[in-house]
Design a protein. Structure first.
Length: 90
């Protein structure tokens, strides 16, 4: 139960941080960070709504989904940064 609460807090604060920083800074590819933040907040809210059902299985699925979304966001940011560095920005 304590691991579940810890990860709920992580999802909430990581999502809130990503959402707020992407809105204020508006850097290249900020939409990916914003979407990641909203997904993390939704995962935290979803997990917080039903703590008793299938804790470990669902927790593992949510953490793996979060890692996949975060990896895709980082790859998209890297592609955007490469375009800016090489001067290919349209």
């Amino acid at each position: 139960m304590s691991l579940t609460l810890l990860l709920i807090g992580y999802f909430w604060f990581a999502g809130l941080f990503r959402t707020v920083t992407s809105l204020f800074e508006r850097y290249e590819g900020w939409g990916f960070d914003f979407a990641y933040g909203l997904c993390a907040i939704a995962v935290g809210a979803n997990r917080g709504a039903g703590l008793a059902n299938l804790e470990l299985l669902l927790l593992g699925l949510l953490v793996s989904a979060e890692l996949i979304v975060r990896g895709a966001m980082m790859m998209a940011t890297a592609v955007s940064a490469r375009r800016v560095i090489l001067g290919l920005h349209a």
